[in-house]
Design a protein. Structure first.
Length: 95
């Protein structure tokens, strides 16, 4: 889900961002609270056909961003590039 205190570029509204969705991701660890843009929902668990479900670390982020010079740098760790991840990146670009 979109982190309500996450850093968004100027003139970007929260409304076009995707609703929470299931995503296999390489999380960002130790990101600051404003740097975590797309975060796990409360109580999220892993899904696997092989391993038992386990709680997701809610301090990690599937998407993170920071100011870089006069712009921004964003990361999305989706392994399979789900439609929601594409929408996340396009929303950050203002589309």
């Amino acid at each position: 889900q979109l982190n309500p205190s996450g850093l968004l570029p100027e003139r970007i509204e929260a409304s076009p961002f995707p609703e929470p969705y299931s995503i296999k991701v390489l999380h960002v660890k130790d990101a600051g609270s404003q740097e975590r843009v797309y975060v796990p929902i409360e109580g999220a668990v892993t899904q696997s056909h092989v391993f038992a479900p386990s709680r997701v670390d809610e301090t990690q982020a599937a998407g993170a961003g920071a100011r870089l010079g006069q712009g921004y740098f964003y990361y999305c760790g989706d392994v399979y590039w789900e439609d929601g991840s594409n929408q996340l990146i396009l929303s950050l670009c203002g589309f």
